[in-house]
Write a protein that binds this ligand. Structure first.
Ligand code: KG4
Ligand code: ZN
Length: 358
C-alpha cells in the first residue's frame, strides 16, 4: 500500500512556517504563521457582497468564489511573508465542518501545495480552530489553561464546548434549531434590515427600549445548556406584524430581541460552566461575540463565577485563516498530521477529533 502521509515521519519537528487556508463558508482566507505562532502574513476576502442579494450564503456561489480567489490570496501571503512554498513547514486547510464545495476547494488546494513541496498536511476541524484561538501566543496577556469553556456563537454554530486539551473536546450543549447568528439574521430580516443582520440589529437596538415589548426567553431556567431560538423568531415575526407605523417600535423590538438572546445565552453559559468541571476561563467566539449586549451579559456570568471572560479580537472571532494555521501548528507540534486522501467532512463533530497519544 502506498503511504499517503507526506513530509517526513510523524512527530518530526516543525521545520518552518505553516500556511493556513479557510474556505468552509463565505470567507476565503489565507495566513502564514511562524512555528511559534507569530503571524507573518494574513489576508481575507469576504463574499458578503456576492451573497447579500440572496439574503444568505449560496453554496455554489461560495465554492466558485473560493476557487477563483484562493490561489491569488496564497500568493499574496507568501509574498508578504517573504517566503517560497518550499520554505514552509506545513500546510493546514479547513476540512470540515462546512459547505462541501468550499471545503473541497480549500483542502484540495492545500494538499496540492503539500504534495508538490513534500510538506506535512493537516486537515483542520474548523470548530477546533475556533476552540484553540485563545491559545495563539501574544493574543492575550495570559492564554487560558486547559480546561476552559468555549461558547461558540456564530451564524452556523451555537455550542458550549469544554476544551480539555488538544484534540479533547466535550460538547456540553448545542442548538435544537437555529444557530444564534442565524436567529439574529432572521430577526433582522423581519425588521427590514440587510443581511447579515446582526450588526444592523445591534445598531437599531441601541435606540430602543428592551422592556417595552415582551418576548419569550426559550430554554431559560431549564437544566443543561442547549439552546433554541425558533420560538423567539416566531414571536418577533408576530410582534413585527403588530408594530404601529413610525415611532420607536422597530428599535424597541430589536432591543427586546437582543435582550432576550443575551439573557438566554447568560443562563446557558452559567449551566455550562458548572458542567465543564473546573474551567479556568469562559471563552466566547464567533461573530455574535462582537455584540455588546451579549458580551456584557457573559461578562456578568464569568465575574460571578470568578473567571475571566476571554473574547479574542473580532477579526479572530469571526472566520479567518490565522486560527486554521494555528490549529495546524498545534497538531503538527503534537506529531499529528493527515493523509492527503483525507476526505473533507461537511459534518464533523468536535468530539471526534483525535488527541495526541499518551
Ligand atoms: O463567525 P461568523 O463571522 O461566521 C459564521 O457564521 O461562520 O458569524 C457571522 C454571524 C452572522 O449571523 C452575523 O449576523 C452575526 O455573526 N453577527 C452579529 C454581530 N456581528 C456579527 N450578531 C449580533 N451582533 C453583532 N454585532
Ligand atoms: Zn466559524
Amino acid at each position: 500500500m502506498q503511504e499517503s502521509v507526506i513530509g517526513g515521519p510523524p512527530g518530526a519537528p516543525l521545520a518552518g512556517p505553516v500556511l493556513g487556508l479557510e474556505s468552509s463558508c463565505d470567507e476565503t482566507a489565507a495566513a502564514i504563521l511562524a512555528p511559534d505562532g507569530r503571524v507573518l502574513a494574513e489576508t481575507l476576502l469576504s463574499q458578503v457582497v456576492e451573497h447579500a442579494r440572496f439574503g444568505g450564503v449560496v453554496p455554489e456561489i461560495a465554492a466558485r468564489s473560493h476557487l477563483v480567489h484562493l490561489p491569488a490570496l496564497c500568493a499574496r501571503v507568501l509574498e508578504q511573508a517573504g517566503l517560497r512554498p518550499g520554505q514552509l513547514g506545513g500546510v493546514a486547510a479547513t476540512s470540515g465542518p462546512g459547505l462541501i464545495g468550499g471545503l473541497v476547494v480549500g483542502a484540495s488546494f492545500g494538499k496540492g501545495i503539500a504534495l508538490a513541496q513534500g510538506l506535512p498536511f493537516v486537515a483542520v476541524n474548523h470548530l477546533e480552530a475556533h476552540a484553540l484561538t485563545p491559545r495563539l501566543p501574544g493574543l492575550l496577556e495570559q492564554a487560558p489553561a486547559f480546561p476552559y469553556l468555549l461558547l461558540l456563537l456564530s451564524g452556523g454554530h451555537c455550542q458550549c464546548v469544554a476544551v480539555e486539551g488538544l484534540g479533547r473536546y466535550r460538547r456540553l450543549g448545542t442548538t435544537l434549531d437555529d444557530a444564534v447568528g442565524e436567529a439574529f439574521d432572521k430577526a433582522a430580516k423581519l425588521l427590514g434590515l440587510p443581511w447579515p443582520g446582526g450588526p444592523h440589529l445591534e445598531r437599531l437596538a441601541a435606540a430602543g427600549d428592551p422592556g417595552r415589548i415582551p418576548l419569550p426567553r426559550p430554554m431559560l431556567g431549564r437544566p443543561g445548556c442547549d439552546f433554541s431560538f425558533s420560538g423567539l423568531k416566531t414571536a418577533v415575526a408576530q410582534a413585527a406584524g403588530r408594530l404601529p407605523e413610525g415611532g420607536s417600535g422597530r428599535a424597541d423590538l430589536a432591543a427586546a430581541f437582543q435582550a432576550a438572546v443575551a439573557a438566554v445565552l447568560a443562563d446557558r453559559a452559567r449551566n455550562a460552566l458548572r458542567m465543564a468541571g473546573s474551567p479556568t476561563a469562559l471563552v466566547v467566539s464567533g461573530g455574535v461575540a462582537a455584540n455588546g449586549a451579549v458580551r456584557a451579559a457573559l461578562a456578568g456570568v464569568a465575574a460571578a463565577a470568578g473567571l475571566p471572560l476571554v473574547a479574542p479580537p473580532v477579526r479572530l472571532c469571526t472566520d479567518n485563516a490565522v486560527m486554521v494555521a494555528w490549529a495546524g501548528i498545534e497538531r503538527l507540534r503534537a506529531g499529528l498530521r493527515d493523509p492527503v486522501d483525507h476526505a473533507p467532512r461537511p459534518r464533523w463533530p468536535l468530539d471526534e477529533m483525535a488527541a495526541p497519544a499518551g
